[in-house]
Design a protein around this ligand. Structure first.
Ligand SMILES: [Zn+2]
Length: 250
């Protein structure tokens, strides 16, 4: 004779399981709503701070280069001045016109070199000044953002620690319930839930209408839902519809 079979899972059982799965998931959703935008705000601030730190480092490198350039140009001007001094001394002892012309040209050249160096010193000094301002501005901005981050993190940590245990418990329960649902049905459930704005994939019929989108359901379909022999989805929103009595609701 036929072997004793495992208890058959009825459509009603499946619907009940999906409904309880959804309730657990909705509880997790509510915890997330409680945390609100905080996780996103924290992540944004962290990104912004990394960006600011990178920018400050870049400015500081540029500032260092600019300061090096200033001292390099100052040294160049000093060297030229020393050369001019030396040429002037030599001018006192020239033996002919050719030497005189040569020294005069050198002095002229070094004088121009000093002018050029002075001009560059002014330019690089201005750069340094601008960069110093940029660094200071970015640093004070960074300080502000870091304070914002610390505050938001504290807020978020507070909420997370309050709800962490509850959430972990719920996730365990979700896992248990999910293991009871056949993979294809679970996949469909998840897909519907994802596209439903309120995260509800299973809705009750309310006064002959879909409890998700409130569109009227034809009488024959209402009857089928009541009988609960097959899974019926709303033709408008795609949600799975159940009879309130199935889950003990009015
Ligand atoms: Zn609907």
């Amino acid at each position: 004779m036929a072997k004793k079979q495992e208890k058959e899972v009825t459509v009603e059982d499946k619907l009940k399981t999906l409904y309880s799965l959804q309730q657990k998931l909705s509880e997790i959703d509510n915890i997330k709503i409680l945390r609100g935008e905080l996780p996103l705000e924290v992540a944004d601030l962290e990104d912004e701070i990394i960006g600011l730190e990178t920018r400050i480092k870049k400015y500081e490198t540029e500032l260092k280069d600019s300061e090096t350039a200033v001292s390099h140009q100052k040294q160049k001007a000093k060297d030229s001045a020393l050369k001019i001094e030396k040429y002037k001394e030599q001018l006192d002892n020239v033996r002919n016109n050719r030497e005189f012309d040569h020294l005069s040209k050198e002095i002229e050249f070094e004088t121009l070199e000093i002018e050029l160096s002075d001009k560059r010193v002014r330019e690089f000094s201005q750069d340094s000044k601008n960069l110093t301002e940029q660094v200071e501005k970015s640093k004070s901005f960074l300080e502000e953002r870091s304070a914002d981050l610390a505050q938001k993190k504290e807020e978020l940590d507070g909420i997370v620690s309050e709800t962490k245990q509850q959430e972990e418990q719920l996730r365990e329960e979700v896992k248990d319930i999910e293991s009871e649902v056949e993979p294809r049905l679970l996949q469909a459930f998840k897909r519907i839930r994802k596209s439903a704005r309120n995260g509800l994939a299973v809705v009750m019929i309310e006064r002959g209408a879909c409890g998700g989108c409130f569109n009227k359901i034809p009488p024959q379909k209402q009857m089928d839902i009541k009988i609960g022999k097959k899974i019926i989805v709303c033709e408008y929103c795609g949600r799975i519809m159940i009879d309130p009595e199935l889950v003990g609701a009015e």
